[in-house]
Structure formats: structure tokens, C-alpha cells
Design a protein. Sequence first.
Length: 255
Amino acid sequence: MRLRLLLNKPVRPLTGDYLSTAMVELSPEDVLPTLPLNICILLDVSGSMRDGGKLEATKEACIKIVEELASQDALSLVTFSDMAKVIIPPQILKDEATKQNAIQKIRSLQVEGLTILQKGLEMAYEELKKLKGLERASFLLLASDGYPTDHLGCVVEPSIYPTYYQKIKDAFENSGISCSALGVGDASDFDQNFLEKLSDHGNGQLLYAKEPGELIERFSEEFLRVKQTVISDLSLEFTEVKGKIRRFARVTPDI
């Protein structure tokens, strides 16, 4: 890898505090191959997904991803409603028969029950960890059209949200699993701020699909982004910094 450091100011004061911005640029010496993927789709199949054909459109978007995955990529699919279910256990899509079997399971999904996201997250991360490794880039793609609920059907209080954020953050920091969320339907149907913070803590993106017809496009955009990954679990260590690092921001690439 090639390392370059650029400062936004050519000079600094001799005394006193000052603020400076540094850009750290890492670039490969040669073209790097993309990493095989380890993707888990976490899909909301609660009763509200029946409205406007949202579940059917989401299923078609999932099938589109399966069709585009390579033979070395891994896929799992977990649904959540009243409970979480592993619909497709982690498997390498090694041949067309394996893909078609996964597609058949996706087509058979039906709407049911509540929106107990917490159980879905726990199960999805367990499935992802089964094929997690430095040789794979691991991602969780969450699609939901509603507010998270508890087992009684009551909407989870915002004061509980930090427990969700911490789970997402721990999975990224400890296991390198990124998370992106897709809000399905009208923005009034789901908690935009909640999904956005989930994505932020998982080093991912928040996507919207107001109309069912937009789902395939949004899923495809996110799939294109994640499949361009060439390095997994990259970390930077700064030493001998005579001052305080105030903030980090990734500008590009968006991975």
C-alpha cells in the first residue's frame, strides 16, 4: 500500500493551540482483487409488509442479489416478525442449483406478526459469524418498513435504542461486520433516525425505497457498493501525536 499525508495548512503558530486537518491517503501499489462476500439479508416480514406489495417487491430485490453473487460468495437470510427464523443458513453459492434453492426459499416467504427486530439482529449476527474470516468481507443488509416492537406488540421506546446501536457497533468493531439499513415505504412508516443511526454504527448506509418498484434499484446499489471491497478489517494506528485527535471522517471510497 502507498501512504500519503496532506495538511490543510502549510505553517503553524509557534505558540498556542491550533487546529489542523490532515488527509491520510492510502492507495494500492497494484490493482487488488475484490474479496469474496459473506452477506446476510435480515428481512422484516411483519404484517405491515403486506401493504402495497412491499414484501413481494423486497423478495424480488433479494432474488436479484442472489443472481448477482459469485460462486465464491456466501449468503444467509434471516426473517423477523414475532420471532426470528433462519430461512437460508450460511452457504457458499457454489453452483446454479444452490442459487435456485435459495431463490425458491425466498419466493416462499409470507408476512406474519410483529416487528421484533432485536431477535432478528441477534440471529443474523450468529449466522454471519459462521463464515466470518479475513478472507471474506461480511455485511448485514437490513430491510424494514416499521418501528421495532417488543413481544407484546408495543413500539420499543427510543430510550432502548442505544442497546441496538451498541450491538451493531460491537459487531463492526469486534468482527468487522458492516450493517446497512433499507427503509421500505413512506418515511412516516419507519423511524428514519433509528435506521440511520443503526447504519452509522455499522459503518454502512441508510437507503430509502418509498415505492416497491424502487427496491430492486436500492438493493442493487448497495450490493454494487459492498462487492467492490478489496480489504477487510483495515485499521490505522497513530502514534506520537502531540495533541488531541478531535474527529475522524472517511471521505472516499464509500466502503
